[in-house]
Design a protein around this ligand. Structure first.
Ligand SMILES: NC(=O)c1ccc[n+]([C@@H]2O[C@H](COP(=O)([O-])OP(=O)(O)OC[C@H]3O[C@@H](n4cnc5c(N)ncnc54)[C@H](OP(=O)(O)O)[C@@H]3O)[C@@H](O)[C@H]2O)c1
Length: 312
């Protein structure tokens, strides 16, 4: 089979397509004929050798996938050969960008029926991240308010949609050119980060959902009501600053799991959530996809980059 691999860490042009053996699923795993694979910022950390996890070389890039199960490993009872699934390959976040991939059965679910494999492959990591930030870590409930930093991005775009659907008051930040997109996604208030308006929200939200980090993470702490929380997907917030303001903070790594994926698939099939695909490329153009991740290529697609593995 063909697989998009790296043999050393480096710039996007380190990526090659190799002919390799089809992998065998182990206990608790399935073999998937991959139709589409998503591309995200964590792929760039892995490619450059900056992953938080050990990544032995050579490795096949990619974690988000959508496809059809062709073989079951020992102990897998919740899926059958022929099932259309979507999800993530494994906790290392590798192996998806190939004609076949092994995936952990605990990190996949049945694909939403109403969307294509390309659309489904755009969902898993970023939608799970947004879901866990809002509901598992911030514990937000209907009627509360949330400030989403970077609401037009991939994690942020799902956070805005989920928050709106839950009945939260949603304030979302983006660049001036992203404000229409923020409103279209469901933000009650779309705030340009390059304007002064952000400071109007001091002490007014129950939670900040941070997909940006840096100066915006620190600046947004004072927007949180006393007793509220700032959840970051990017970097650990300054605990001392948070304590002084009487707010909680959390940095976390997403745990993609079958139950969240199944729930998200149901929401998509009820037409209450739209996958956001910004650019579809064949596997031969994974280098180009990584050049977008590195901001070498611009403008950035609004929505996820997906590799259509069936497009030879
Ligand atoms: N902890 C975890 O488990 C986990 C899981 C998934 C993702 N992440 C991390 O979460 C972050 C977001 O991921 P993503 O896939 O959503 O990335 P993304 O799609 O690039 O989203 C970031 C968005 O924020 C916009 N932006 C940049 N600077 C901004 C600012 N100062 N204010 C407002 N918006 C700004 C970007 O606009 P432009 O595109 O125009 O620059 C883009 O729309 C990344 O750091 C990623 O590595 C962490």
């Amino acid at each position: 089979m063909r697989a998009s691999r790296i043999h050393a860490f480096g710039q996007p042009d380190i990526i090659v397509i190799d002919e390799v053996a089809v992998p065998t699923p182990g206990e608790g795993e399935v073999l998937v004929k991959v139709h589409a694979a998503g591309v995200g910022p964590w792929d760039s950390w892995i490619r450059t050798g900056n992953s938080a996890l050990p990544q032995p070389l050579p490795l096949t890039l990619g974690s988000d996938l959508s496809g059809v199960i062709t073989e079951l490993g020992d102990g897998v009872t919740d899926f059958a050969v022929g099932d259309e699934i979507y999800g993530v390959t494994n906790p290392q976040f590798t192996g998806a960008c190939a004609e076949y991939a092994v995936a952990s059965a605990g990190m996949i679910a049945r694909k939403p029926r109403s969307v294509t494999h390309v659309e489904a492959a755009s969902v898993p990591v970023v939608a799970n991240t947004a879901w866990q930030m809002l509901f598992e870590h911030a514990g937000l409930v209907s009627g509360q308010s949330v400030l989403i930093l970077g609401g037009a991005g991939n994690v942020g775009g799902y956070a805005v949609q989920f928050a709106r659907r839950k009945g939260l008051r949603v304030i979302a930040t983006g660049f001036a050119g992203q404000l229409d997109e923020l409103r279209r996604l469901g933000a009650d208030q779309a705030v340009a980060v390059d304007g002064a308006q952000v400071d109007d929200f001091t002490g007014s939200v129950d939670a900040v959902i941070d997909t940006i980090g840096g100066v915006w993470q620190s600046r947004s702490m004072k927007m949180v009501k006393s007793g509220g929380i700032l959840v970051s997907a990017v970097s650990p917030p300054d605990v001392n600053a948070a304590e002084a303001l009487g707010i909680r903070t959390l940095f976390f790594l997403v745990k993609v799991n079958t139950s969240a994926l199944a729930e998200i698939a149901t929401i998509i099939d009820h037409a209450e959530l739209k996958p956001r695909v910004g650019l579809v490329l064949p596997m031969t153009e994974l280098i180009r996809a990584h050049e977008f991740l590195e901001r070498i290529r611009k403008p950035q697609p609004q929505g996820k980059i997906v590799i259509d593995v069936l497009d030879a």
